[in-house]
Design a protein around this ligand. Structure first.
Ligand code: DQA
Length: 141
């Protein structure tokens, strides 16, 4: 299984940005541990501060990946263009957030992406990404 993690604006600053909310680890460090944990999954990671680049990656992803884990960051609450791209592509997209956006400012309670996402995972710190990977896996009961 091939999964692409897309991180939106300001997530390149993880580790130094508001660590009380987003934690003290860089995404690169976390991503290495994620790859180690899920050795059977082919994980890739892309980050951009630009809306159009995120849309281009979503379009491209349907040729190269089985699914996308998308943290559109602040674009979650503003971007109809990214929401449309999520709707347009043929592979599932899981929306992810590090913080519990529902417990924060009101403007973070709206997600334009959620209605077109397979599901939403938020509020578990960087572990939200791990839970998102798990959501793509078939778990034997
Ligand atoms: C975020 C939540 C957004 O509201 C915020 O703009 C971000 C990060 C999160 O992962 O908790 O940049 O998506």
């Amino acid at each position: 299984m091939k999964i692409l993690i897309i991180n939106g604006p300001n997530l390149n600053l993880l580790g130094s940005r508001e660590p009380e909310i987003y934690g003290g680890s860089t995404f690169e460090d976390y991503f290495s541990s994620l790859q180690f944990k899920f050795r059977e999954v082919e994980l890739s990671h892309f980050q951009s501060n630009h809306e159009g680049e995120i849309i281009d990656q979503l379009h491209q992803a349907q040729d190269d990946f089985d699914g996308v884990i998308l943290n559109a960051a602040a674009y979650t609450h503003t971007s109809i263009a990214i929401a449309d791209a999520v709707k347009a592509i043929q592979i599932p997209v899981v929306e992810v957030h590090i913080s519990n956006t529902s417990a924060r400012e009101k403007f973070r309670h709206t997600s334009f992406i959620a209605p077109n996402a397979k599901g939403v995972i938020a509020g578990f710190g960087l572990k939200s990404y791990e839970l998102s990977v798990l959501s793509f896996m078939e778990i034997d009961e």
